[in-house]
Ligand binder design. Structure first.
Ligand SMILES: *Cc1c(COP(=O)(O)O)cnc(C)c1O
Length: 385
């Protein structure tokens, strides 16, 4: 096997697809140090700048002193600490859902939810641009997987209509991670009602960004439905780690009994949950942080004037610049890096062929000057490259 792996690795390297890890030597923030270089970064999902927030750090430290470091056991044995419980309640309350459950990561939450609720006789309907974890979850569940073209609700309806599956689940990224556009939740819910399906919304990139105070996609559309299973990851805008699943209380009870990635894993450190409680408190009380992010997004969209390349339509913190060819995207990323600005080039297979792009992600940790610096560098790049 090792010889085969070596061959594959060298093929990958020759195709220019080898991935490198940067060594981060500072906290995650707008201005970071990586591989010894100070950089202005537009390359994290820390949309609210909470990953390095003093109040969260203080809450985390105090909770570690009080509760220790390790989770020690799974939730169903002795790992379910009161901090986990508080985080579940404060997140459910903030987002406006009847009940909630914490998972250790978003990847595990998606696997746990889908595999618990769906089986061989069931069908899953998935947008083609969904996150990898939702596709893996569908495979794990053994349900039939139908994938429809990105945001093509006519195709989705056709598939739902034809399906004779016992249970039906539509799964979508609430905000698509490489495009920044969002799912049409009210229209999806109409289809779910009509064809007796449930809707799993993965709000990894909407929670903290969309809606009042960053309450997420449900608040943005002002929808509530017992058909919605809502999932938000907590390592992005919330600045900590883990994932929250909110839904009808019966669904949550069922997941506690049967989601394997919940049951057969050690509870996350309770201090993380205490930091999450603080994160929700900051989102509730620090209105300026959310407003600052919104105004930076607006600034970027209104002041960036591109001719060759194209800013993709997005009102979220993900503002991709569509470049086209892999080499052009890499060149642009290199051009910015030479000016101390880090914006990753995203290439196939992460995005469709000929749609290589720069994934600019904006954070409340940025200043107006930071965003202007990026805009100016992009204008300069268009003149130069
Ligand atoms: C990041 C992400 C996940 C995985 O969440 P983790 O907590 O990082 O494991 C799931 N879905 C989407 C859409 C994501 O962007």
């Amino acid at each position: 096997m090792i010889n085969q792996l070596k061959i594959e690795l060298s093929e990958r390297a020759e195709a220019g697809l080898q991935r490198q890890r940067r060594l981060l030597q500072s906290p995650q923030s707008a201005h970071l140090v990586a591989d010894g270089e100070p950089l202005l970064s537009f390359a994290s999902n820390d949309y609210l700048g909470l990953a390095n927030h003093p109040a969260l750090i203080a809450a985390f430290k105090a909770a570690a002193v009080e509760a220790g470091v390790g989770g020690g056991a799974s939730h169903l044995i002795t790992g379910h600490h009161q901090f986990h419980h508080q985080a579940e309640q404060s997140l459910a309350d903030f987002i406006g859902l009847p009940a909630g459950l914490l998972f250790s990561t978003g990847y595990m939450a998606n696997m746990g939810i889908v595999a618990a609720l769906m089986g061989r006789d069931d069908a899953i309907f998935a947008d083609k641009l969904n996150h990898a974890s939702l596709n893996d979850a569908a495979l794990l569940s053994r349900a039939t997987l139908h994938r429809y073209a990105h945001q093509d609700l006519a195709q989705l309806e056709k598939l739902l209509k034809q399906s004779t599956a016992k249970r039906k689940l539509v799964v979508v990224d609430a905000v698509f991670s490489m495009d920044g556009d969002f799912a049409l939740v009210p229209e999806l819910l109409v289809l779910c009602e009509q064809y007796d399906a449930y809707l799993l919304l993965d709000d990894a990139h909407g929670f903290g960004v969309l809606g009042k105070q960053g309450r997420g996609i449900l608040d943005y559309f002002n929808v509530q439905s017992s058909r919605v299973i809502y999932m938000a990851t907590l390592g992005k805008a919330a600045g900590v780690a883990g994932a929250f699943v909110g839904a009808d209380a019966t669904i949550i009870d069922y997941l506690i009994q049967s989601a394997k990635t919940y049951i057969y894993t050690t509870a996350s450190p309770p201090a993380l949950a205490a930091a999450l409680v603080k994160s929700v408190e900051v989102m509730r009380t620090d209105a300026e942080r959310h407003q600052h992010l919104q105004s930076l997004i607006h600034l970027f969209k209104s002041e960036l004037k591109l001719k060759k390349w194209q800013l993709m339509p997005s009102i979220t913190a993900i503002q991709p610049v569509l470049v086209g060819s892999n080499q052009a995207a890499l060149n642009l990323s290199q051009f910015l890096l030479a000016r101390g600005i880090l914006v990753p080039a995203i290439r196939p297979p992460t995005v469709p062929k000929d749609t290589a792009r720069l994934r600019v992600s904006i954070s409340a940790a940025h200043s107006v000057e930071d965003v202007r610096q990026l805009i100016n560098a992009l204008h300069e790049a268009e003149e130069t490259l």
